[in-house]
Ligand binder design. Structure first.
Ligand SMILES: Nc1ncnc2c1ncn2[C@@H]1O[C@H](COP(=O)(O)OP(=O)(O)OP(=O)(O)O)[C@@H](O)[C@H]1O
Ligand SMILES: [Mg+2]
Length: 266
């Protein structure tokens, strides 16, 4: 099943927002239940490299459940997941990461007392030797971090300052940079700017647009209609665990998005 076959009320349109060839990610009729609660049902979408897909819906709509399924944290009860056209089973986040699927959560796992470079290379340090005899090549890691920051327009001091002292937007950018260094092809962002101020959110938004121009696919959960309209090519709308449809950004006004979320125009 593709987006086009998702059942939507008259007047609501599904997908088709660009993308040629084989999608990076395809979800077919995904469902997840928890002890009688349907957290997610009928979720079908396609996402191409260089596309930003917004995931919207009220609290409890199933957005994080969908993110957890694509990131390998939870397995779906029904449906299938295709990566570059091939059916895959993601049993854990490690398997997802090996494919190039990375997730940046609101509660970031950064090491506060290390600088940006050390955080980016945490547990995958470049150096020589093994175990206690291991020597890190700090100079090379620093150089690669600086290059990465320049390429993606990340405004963070690569070395010297602990990330503890950095702003929310900078910390978020470091977490995203960490994923990019691992060769991320699809980035899942679950409310990346919920706790950030206007300026910091702007930095993260700029970064998302830059990633998109580097052909990274992005699935972003946000409650900000303004942000979604600014960043997304398409919006996937969920309501009470049911998938409503996938819509082209170009066809939507802010009022349309609000109506789709609450179901007012059904
Ligand atoms: N592990 C779980 N056990 C039981 N119920 C769960 C579990 N995870 C999610 N649910 C339920 O599934 C539904 C969807 O939850 P989910 O976290 O996906 O919502 P959401 O759209 O991300 O909401 P929010 O905007 O509040 O973050 C909710 O009713 C939630 O209570
Ligand atoms: Mg959530």
């Amino acid at each position: 099943m593709t987006d086009a076959s998702v059942q939507v009320p008259p007047g609501e349109r599904t997908g088709g927002g660009g993308g040629d060839g084989v999608p990076l990610l395809e979800l077919r009729d995904i469902a997840k239940h928890f002890a009688g609660v349907t957290a997610l049902s009928g979720a079908s979408l396609t996402l191409y490299p260089g596309q930003v897909m917004g995931l919207v819906g009220n609290n409890g709509a199933g957005k994080s459940t969908l993110v957890r399924i694509v990131s390998g944290v939870q397995e779906p009860d029904e449906g299938s997941l295709l990566w570059n056209g091939e059916r895959v089973r993601l049993r854990n986040p490690r398997q997802a990461r090996a494919l190039g699927i990375d997730t940046v959560y609101q509660e970031l796992a950064l090491a506060d007392d290390l600088d940006a470079t050390a955080n980016i290379f945490l547990n995958r340090e470049i150096g020589w030797g093994v175990g206690p005899l291991r020597i890190n090549n700090n100079k090379r890691m620093r150089r690669e971090a600086v290059e990465l920051f320049e390429r993606f327009g990340i405004q963070v001091q690569a070395s010297g300052a602990d990330v503890r002292s950095m702003s929310g937007g900078q910390r978020q950018s470091i977490a995203i940079a960490r994923a990019l260094l691992g060769g991320s092809k699809l980035l899942l962002l679950d409310e990346p700017t919920a706790a950030l101020g206007v300026k910091e959110s702007g930095h993260v938004e700029d970064l998302v647009l830059r990633l998109r121009s580097h052909q990274v696919g992005i699935l972003i959960v946000s409650h900000s209609v303004e942000q979604l309209l600014k960043l997304c090519d398409r919006l996937c709308v969920l309501r009470h665990g049911q998938m409503v449809g996938v819509f082209d950004r170009a066809d939507l006004t802010a009022q349309d998005v609000v109506s789709l979320i609450v179901g007012a125009n059904a």
